[in-house]
Write a protein that binds this ligand. Structure first.
Ligand SMILES: Nc1ncnc2c1ncn2[C@@H]1O[C@H](COP(=O)(O)OP(=O)(O)OP(=O)(O)O)[C@@H](O)[C@H]1O
Ligand SMILES: [Mg+2]
Length: 353
């Protein structure tokens, strides 16, 4: 089920009549059958967008289509959606099994089939053994998995997940997100997965939509956005450790960081912001960047270097190099920069130049 969002806007007005634009003229099409990660910092409008898609919140402006159907004014229960929220309340007086069965009873699915579907989905999310417990007898993570099972069991046409894994411990979080991925692939349900965790979004999504202040900053396959950030916000939001940011200059087609010439460009002469991914440096005796290494950490095949910024000794940047290079703290080394790992941005607008 393709979801088309047109000019979607939500303005909240508080008692003092001050306005918050939570979602600002959002135009985006979510392809059918894909898992889309809706990603951005706290307060950027992810949940508000999801609530409008679900029908729980009414847009201030704009339209939402499921396929060709305009669902903007369709109530949530008639949209064919499955919802899981961060703190989604289960029915406390019902057992896990009754909670999962509940949507199927509403849909009048015959009992034996409903029981089978409920058990299958419960096993899938790892709560198959807990069917007779009440929610109060479950941990937060287990409750959340019941909520996921309950959303999935009715085989919705759209699955909306708002930070569904944030209550799980690290290992369960990883395992559950792989399960969500697998279930999504198997069922082909168009899924929107809200998270502020870039690593989670990148690992699970076919495409990510990156938001900031209610505005879509970039959309694309995770690796595509990582490899080609169209703006400074995208460049900074994706990647651990994060991209290194420098104040540089373009001078007669040369990318200059202080006195070092990092490469050539078509960009006209001006001050710029240079972003270089940590893995974008190479130890190179002929490299243009002569730097002092402050701290070295080798984990597995990678060595992470904390390096003193040659243009500003109060700043540090990170380089990740092959562990085969033996570097120790205090060394002065020379680096070259891989051109495809370096991006140049307008210091005013943050747009890529
Ligand atoms: N009911 C409301 N009344 C007023 N302002 C609201 C309301 N709900 C959300 N907002 C504001 O709208 C903006 C977007 O909120 P939203 O909950 O969509 O962010 P989010 O991206 O989901 O953040 P988080 O990652 O913290 O969950 C925020 O500035 C928030 O304070
Ligand atoms: Mg939220």
């Amino acid at each position: 089920m393709e979801i088309k969002i047109q000019n979607l806007t939500k303005v909240f007005t508080n008692k003092k009549m001050t306005e918050t634009v939570a979602v600002d003229h959002l135009d985006v099409t979510i392809p059918s059958g894909k898992l889309i990660g809706l990603l951005g910092p706290s307060g950027c409008g992810k949940s508000t967008t999801l609530y409008m898609i679900s029908g729980l919140l009414k847009p201030t402006d704009g339209k939402i289509f499921f396929g060709d159907e305009d669902v903007t004014n369709v109530p949530p229960e008639d949209r064919g959606i499955g919802l899981v929220f961060q703190n989604y309340a289960l029915y406390p007086h019902m057992t896990v099994q009754q909670n999962i069965l509940f949507p199927l009873e509403n849909l009048k699915v015959p009992r034996p089939e409903a029981m089978e579907r409920a058990q299958k989905i419960a096993d899938l999310v790892g709560i198959g053994e807990l069917m007779n417990r009440k929610p109060v007898q479950l941990s937060g993570g287990q409750q959340q998995r019941v909520a996921i099972a309950r959303a999935l069991v009715k085989e919705p046409r759209v699955l909306l997940l708002d930070e569904p894994l944030s209550n799980l411990d690290a290992r369960l979080r990883l395992q559950t997100r792989e399960e969500i991925r697998r279930i999504q692939r198997e069922t082909g349900i168009t899924t929107i997965f809200v998270t502020h965790d870039q690593e989670e979004a990148m690992s699970i999504s076919d495409e990510i939509i990156l938001m900031d202040f209610g505005v879509m900053k970039q959309k694309g396959a995770p690796q595509e956005v990582y490899d080609n950030p169209t703006n400074l916000f995208s460049a900074r939001f994706l990647g651990t450790p994060p991209i290194n940011i420098f104040n540089g200059e373009i001078s007669a087609g040369k990318i200059k960081l202080g006195k070092s010439n990092l490469g050539t460009t078509d960009v006209k002469s001006q001050n710029v912001v240079i972003g270089i991914r940590p893995e974008g440096f190479k130890v190179d005796p002929k490299g243009p960047l002569k730097v002092e290494v402050e701290f070295v950490e080798t984990i597995g095949r990678d060595t992470t270097l904390l390096i003193i910024d040659p243009t500003d000794p109060t700043k540090r940047f990170r380089g990740i190099i092959d562990a085969d290079y033996k570097v120790v703290a205090g060394d002065t080394i020379q680096l070259s920069v891989k051109p495809h790992k370096m991006f140049i941005f307008d210091p005013e607008t943050g747009e890529k130049l």
